[in-house]
Design a protein around this ligand. Structure first.
Ligand SMILES: Cc1ncc(C[n+]2csc(CCOP(=O)(O)OP(=O)(O)O)c2C)c(N)n1
Ligand SMILES: [Mg+2]
Length: 597
């Protein structure tokens, strides 16, 4: 990717050179030797010191947290490591785990975070759930009551194994200091291997201060399945027999090389490629083979093509509720189309959809093998071009009620933002405008929660800027979404994370209002909002803030935000009737009322 002059004006940064992410390269970096006496025997260390040394062994450079008295020893050990590991202090544990999740998505390495017991751990849960649904590597450490008082419901005591049981790949408590190196090592292996995901480790206070004489482990390695040559031959055969193939990309565990490999395979075979919900950045949207995303607000022309396909190749997505339009897009259990499903977790294959070919493989491993396949004849090449034309038509701005048209704002940003920009968003109808009218240019130019968690936009934007200070970051939130983690503006201010925050203010929890009007037209309840002056709020944090109410005013406001010396917030006042790009709220209500009468 090339830096433009405008990028350099904003960031003063050098051209981008993205590190290799999320694959064996992590494992191959040199490990520090175990701490030892001059004679060679390991020196005694506290559980807290063992933990920080383990983080160093595994290459951790940044952690996110809110402090608590339950892990004072660990905090003290961080003090000694402050030159090696940046401890990013957040303002709420929801911000902590969302930032760690964004770090995991961006780097392919586990996002590491620290919270206190009880209230800290409960606040933290949202980012753990997102990491689980989004298949993102993450490790949450929780200060825990001393083992001496365990099971008495001591102050803020919770059994995290039960609390986090369904949301994490592994939840454990390290009761003995000598078990720190191996349990932390296991946590790192698990978080990145197979289908990536979150791990939770509780740290009892007495374990943190107890000492043990034990060696460090080596750095973790990612373990992934490879597709067999039989699998790849069969895939090629099925492709050669197809007339109307269609590819769906999605899920976690990708990296820049895997995306490049897959793009080469798709181009060589003239395949039309769609992206699953909020995974649009896995394939350059400017590429002629990209034909759109498969999610809420699906392009009807694209939907027809998927339904009419004779071969579906799903690489990475779980094929969840939103990508399958409430499990209606493909027949269950056996899709009508010939169906190939590739997934990093064997447990996902055949779970909902039975397939003609189920391949258990990591994404980099599969994409590298696909790239090596000899291309087949592609009688569908013209159809793929037509699908691309339909996508481009779908991207043209649409008419919408009100003085500020979101489709035109996003179309402007599509032209204006340099390709290395990271665009983040939380959950709400506002995000549909971004997903439909923006073009994501490649791996991790998009950060959005496939878990549909509100409040992700702000913390993920801050984390993106901390991980990649040289790249522009634009973060979208609705007026509802923003206030779920808007307190992290303070974190942006503290660390100079100069994100451009865009708040789409329609005065309502719009998504729910829309669903309410659909199911119970006219019976509006619990969806009106009373909002602060968002721009003034940003200024109160020491950031730049302004309000835009007309499309024509956006460009100048954006340039002011771009040139700001701090993070900046632009509040967009939008008409609540402009509820989605393809329908107005009043039309949705009228239709629902008519259907009832
Ligand atoms: C944490 C969380 N709480 C509640 C919901 C349910 N929910 C989904 S969208 C939405 C409204 C979003 O409102 P806003 O951010 O203002 O965006 P809009 O839909 O108005 O564009 C709600 C309440 C959710 N997805 N996540
Ligand atoms: Mg709203």
């Amino acid at each position: 990717m090339k830096m433009t002059e405008s990028t350099i004006a904003r960031t003063g940064a050098q051209p981008l050179n993205p590190p290799q992410q999320g694959s064996g390269d992590i494992a191959s970096a040199a490990c520090p030797p175990p701490r030892s006496h001059p004679q060679g025997a390991p020196a005694p260390r506290s559980g807290a010191q063992l933990l920080i040394d383990a983080l160093k062994v595994h290459g951790v450079d940044m952690v996110f947290g809110v402090p608590g008295e339950s892990y004072l020893d660990v905090l003290d050990a961080f003090y000694d490591a402050r030159d090696d590991i940046k401890f990013v202090i957040c303002r709420q544990e929801g911000g902590v785990t969302n930032m760690a999740e964004a770090y995991g998505k961006l780097t392919g390495r586990p996002g590491v975070c620290f919270v206190t017991r009880g209230p800290g751990a409960t606040n933290a849960s949202i980012g753990i759930h997102t990491a689980f649904q989004d298949s993102t590597p993450l490790i949450l450490f929780i200060g825990q009551v001393s083992t001496k008082v365990a099971e008495r419901e001591a102050f803020q005591e919770i059994d995290y194994r039960r609390m986090y049981g369904q949301m994490a790949k592994w939840v454990a408590q390290i009761d003995r200091a000598e078990r720190v190196p191996d349990m932390v090592s296991h946590a790192f292996h698990l978080a990145v291997s197979g289908r990536p995901g979150p791990v939770v480790l509780a740290l009892p206070e007495d374990m943190q201060s107890a000492t043990a004489t034990v060696a460090d482990t080596a750095r973790y390695q990612r373990v992934a399945a490879h597709p067999g040559s039989d699998d790849m031959n069969r895939l090629r055969e099925m492709l050669a027999q197809a007339q109307r193939p269609f590819v769906m990309l999605g899920g976690g565990g990708w990296n820049p090389q895997a995306c490049a490999d897959f793009q080469a395979f798709a181009a060589a075979n003239a395949l039309p490629v769609g992206a699953s919900y909020r995974c649009q950045d896995l394939f350059d949207n400017r590429h002629p083979n990209y034909v759109g995303d498969i999610a809420v607000g699906l392009n009807p022309a694209l939907e027809r093509r998927i339904r009419n396909a004779d071969l579906l190749l799903a690489v990475g997505p779980r094929l969840g509720e939103w990508t399958t339009i409430n499990y209606t897009l493909l027949d269950i259990p056996r899709p009508r189309q010939k169906f190939i499903h590739v997934h990093a977790g064997a447990e996902e294959l055949g779970r909902v959809y039975q397939g003609d070919l189920l391949i258990n493989s990591g994404m980099p491993e599969f994409a590298a093998a696909a790239r090596k396949l000899a291309p087949v004849k592609a009688p569908w090449a013209e159809a793929a071009k037509a699908a691309r034309a339909e996508y481009e038509a779908w991207q043209q701005p649409v008419a919408a009620p009100g003085a500020l048209n979101m489709s035109e704002v996003i179309a402007f940003l599509r032209q204006r933002l340099p390709p290395e920009t990271i665009v983040t968003n939380g959950a709400g109808n506002f995000s549909l405008w971004v997903h439909r009218f923006y073009q994501y240019t490649g791996f991790r130019t998009q950060l959005g929660p496939t878990s549909g968690a509100m409040g992700y936009g702000v913390p993920s934007g801050v984390a993106a800027k901390l991980v990649h200070p040289e790249r522009p970051v634009v973060s979208f939130s609705g007026d509802g979404c923003f206030l779920m983690n808007g307190q992290e503006l303070a974190t942006a201010a503290k660390y100079g994370a100069n994100v451009i925050f865009i708040v789409i203010n329609n005065g309502i929890y719009g998504t729910i209002r829309m669903n309410q009007e659909t199911a119970y037209p006219g019976r509006v309840i619990a969806t009106d909002l009373c909002n602060p002056d968002f721009a003034a709020l940003a200024r109160a944090y020491g950031l730049q803030g302004e309000v835009v109410a007309k499309t024509a005013d956006f460009e100048a406001a954006f340039e002011r935000a771009w040139n700001a010396k701090t993070a900046a917030l632009i509040e967009l006042k939008v008409d609540p009737d402009a509820i989605v790009p393809h329908a107005t709220l009043s039309a949705i209500r009228a239709k629902a009322l008519k259907a009832r009468s």
